[in-house]
Design a protein around this ligand. Structure first.
Ligand code: ZN
Length: 242
């Protein structure tokens, strides 16, 4: 029997402690809701980690036992230790999957992996978002309808300052007329990165069943694959050279 994909759900876990409205939606933090949804999906075993834990809950041992890391941050990006960011970055290059959620677009780890500014337009107006699947054969779109809607969201609009995605899975339309590349995939060395836009803290986005399905599909797509070992550097020829 195949072993389960080991996921660590990371959340800065600050808004839930300081904002009553957010705490009402996520009394134990949004990481617990995301982890519960992933644990209910076949083949996935999720645990959580948060900013205030020692080493932000991302010790060498935890990362070594993590196949896919999910990342939600917003108000405390600058409090994330550069040493931990470098550690996560190396794990991604070595093959760990990374799923960056919503305002994680401005996290140190996402900006480091992208190499661009990662800025965008935004407006917190609580209007509808419609997400269109633009790559219907992609594993992250598996079993989804051709579009789905979230009744209340924060708007993110183009231009999103990212490198051209290797694969684009979702494009969002917003009631105010803006559009946004809301499901983007990149490969970085052996690792895979998936950015998924929804997830503003004042709306119950992570309880949405379609969002939960996207996250489970994203975990399966981002899980490590490929050759066991890569050898770089000076190399002896495999054939006898004349
Ligand atoms: Zn937000």
């Amino acid at each position: 029997m195949a072993t389960k994909i080991r996921v660590t759900v990371w959340n800065e876990f600050q808004h839930e402690k300081t904002n009553k409205a957010v705490r009402k939606i996520y009394p134990e933090g949004m990481h617990t809701v995301i982890a519960a949804a992933l644990n209910a999906a076949p083949g996935i075993a999720a645990r959580t980690a948060t900013l205030d834990e020692s080493e932000h809950g991302l010790t060498e041992a935890v990362l070594a036992a993590t196949d896919v890391l999910t990342w939600w941050g917003h108000m405390a990006h600058n409090q994330v230790d550069d040493k931990i960011v470098a550690r996560v970055h190396q794990r991604v290059l070595d093959g760990m999957g990374l799923i960056v959620l919503h305002s994680g677009h401005f996290s140190k780890i996402f900006k480091m992996l992208m190499g661009t500014g990662c800025d965008l337009k935004w407006r917190e107006d609580g209007r509808k978002e419609r997400l269109w699947v633009v790559d219907p054969g992609h594993p992250i779109a598996d079993g989804l309808p051709e579009y789905f809607e979230l009744p209340q969201t924060e708007m993110y609009g183009e231009h999103f300052d990212i490198p051209q995605p290797d694969q684009l899975v979702f494009v969002s339309w917003f009631a105010g007329g803006e559009v946004f590349r809301s499901g983007c995939c990149w490969h970085r060395s052996k690792g895979k990165v998936f950015y998924f836009r929804p997830g503003h803290e004042t709306y119950p986005i992570f309880y949405d069943k379609t969002v939960q399905k996207v996250l489970a599909n994203g975990v399966r797509w981002a899980a490590p694959t490929g050759v066991a070992q890569i050898i770089r550097g000076n190399h002896k020829p495999l054939e006898k050279l004349a």
